[in-house]
Design a protein around this ligand. Structure first.
Ligand SMILES: Nc1ncnc2c1ncn2[C@@H]1O[C@H](COP(=O)(O)OP(=O)(O)OP(=O)(O)O)[C@@H](O)[C@H]1O
Ligand SMILES: Nc1ncnc2c1ncn2[C@@H]1O[C@H](COP(=O)(O)OP(=O)(O)OP(=O)(O)O)[C@@H](O)[C@H]1O
Ligand SMILES: [Mg+2]
Ligand SMILES: [Mg+2]
Lengths: 255, 255
């Protein structure tokens, strides 16, 4: 069956999109069939995979509110084995449209099926814990939390874990945190080392061994519409994401 | 009369809170009476000014939904001339509570008055353009947009300016962009220089001359509950924010 994984953290700018795009690309490079769904109205994951907003016919907005099936909304990307359901600016109105729907937390879950032709479906989320992100948390089996090695990033964790526990209790008993991945680790300052120590003490084995370093190639790649793994495979950022994808698969096998 | 300024950008992690906290502190150090209102459920601006969540009696949630007046919700900070209305976790439910209210875009505007004992009221916003941020845009006279020197940060600008134009047309004819401030500028990579050039070409004089460099002291300061300009006044980050506050005041005088 298909593994559905959400990339979630309400704190902004922590590397959700960069993780979603590069993890999806690395998994597809290993021969897995992957689809990325971009649920952020900003559309950074779509841009990061070369989708031009002007080309858009259908989007993740239609997945939530339209009649089309998931399969009919999928587009190919330049990367073999990797498809995308791109975002659309209409998602910024999703919150207000979801509030009045019946079973408003299950809208997405009712649109996706247990098994598709994909091995992985990765969902990029916006920086918030509103009804849209809630819909994603109800629809998936697990989530990966990118955690920036900064003080403010630590602050939001307890709110996130409380929300996940609530979703598990009320809507989706299968939901689990597949892992926490440390991002933008900067060897030049003590803050990163301090945050890493705090996070590993607090979360233990849930934290992946692989740490993603701060690396400019990761932030240059989107301006070329390419994942860093394709734009500059030999960069420290790309290598870290390839190693990370390996660890994600290895851990899944062990469980 | 009081100047109301919102710090807004729906892109996450671009330095909204860091700008709100350090601008408010620099203005208060120049003898202005300042109040910061934290409208982000994450509460980073509150933490950055030393407010402990456990101490909270009242918050910006009460300003929106309670009967209390603005004056009664204000707390002192450790910084002279700088008060705060802290955030609360209940703000994460604000969206759903605002949707069904009458005149839902004017809830905040109807709670604040034209003149208070403050020279400036600075409002920190969450990384979204939902009803909560809309309420702030309707209530203020102007906004400052922190813009991270990264490719993804450029993408969101057209959506932000469209939203501002819509708010100006439908709800708040006075609303103007007071300025755009470039943040996390990294001299070590070309990306920052490229983004700066694009932004100045596109926005012209609206962009402040002062550019905030990437500086670890800015991200260390919140773990001590202090603004960087108090935590380490001689750091390049603190100096940049002091210079920035001077430019903000100078520009206001010229207009
Ligand atoms: N390891 C890294 N090293 C350097 N830059 C990075 C790294 N990871 C991400 N970035 C850059 O930092 C910025 C924030 O990352 P990204 O957009 O992926 O975060 P996000 O959590 O998806 O943000 P949002 O909350 O707005 O959705 C982007 O400009 C991105 O290119
Ligand atoms: N100039 C800077 N140099 C280094 N670090 C910075 C700088 N400005 C902000 N930071 C750090 O980068 C992170 C993001 O900044 P900040 O939290 O202020 O952004 P934000 O836009 O308020 O985020 P959010 O979208 O989550 O509200 C924080 O950990 C902060 O400490
Ligand atoms: Mg993102
Ligand atoms: Mg913030």
């Amino acid at each position: 069956t298909t593994r559905y994984i959400a990339i979630v953290n309400q704190k902004g700018g922590v590397g959700k999109t960069t993780t979603a795009v590069n993890l999806a690309t690395a998994l597809s490079a290993m021969g897995k069939k992957v689809c990325l769904i971009d649920f952020d109205a900003q559309g950074n994951a779509s841009t990061g995979l070369g989708v031009r907003r002007s080309e858009l016919k259908a989007s993740s907005y239609d997945l939530l509110f339209g009649e089309e099936s998931f399969e009919s909304l999928v587009m190919q990307t330049k990367i073999p084995n990797l498809d995308i359901v791109p975002s659309s600016i209409h998602l910024s109105g999703a919150e207000i449209e979801l509030v009045d729907k019946e079973h408003r937390e299950y809208v997405l879950r009712n649109k996706i099926s247990a098994s598709t032709r994909y091995d992985y479906i990765i969902m990029d989320c916006p920086p918030s814990l509103t009804l849209l992100t809630l819909n994603v948390l109800v629809a998936v089996q697990s989530l990966i939390v990118p955690l920036q090695c900064e003080f403010f990033a630590l602050e939001g964790l307890s709110h996130l874990t409380k929300t996940i526990n609530r979703v598990r209790k009320l809507y989706n008993p299968d939901l689990e945190i597949q892992g926490v991945v440390l991002t933008m680790y900067d060897r030049r300052n003590n803050l990163s080392a301090q945050v890493e120590k705090d996070v590993r003490d607090h979360f233990g084995d849930i934290v992946y061994q692989t740490v993603i370093p701060r690396n400019v190639r990761l932030s240059e790649a989107p301006s070329y519409g390419l994942p860093a793994i394709v734009y500059d495979m030999k960069s420290t950022g790309a290598k870290a994401y390839i190693k990370f994808a390996g660890e994600v698969i290895r851990r899944e096998k062990e469980q």
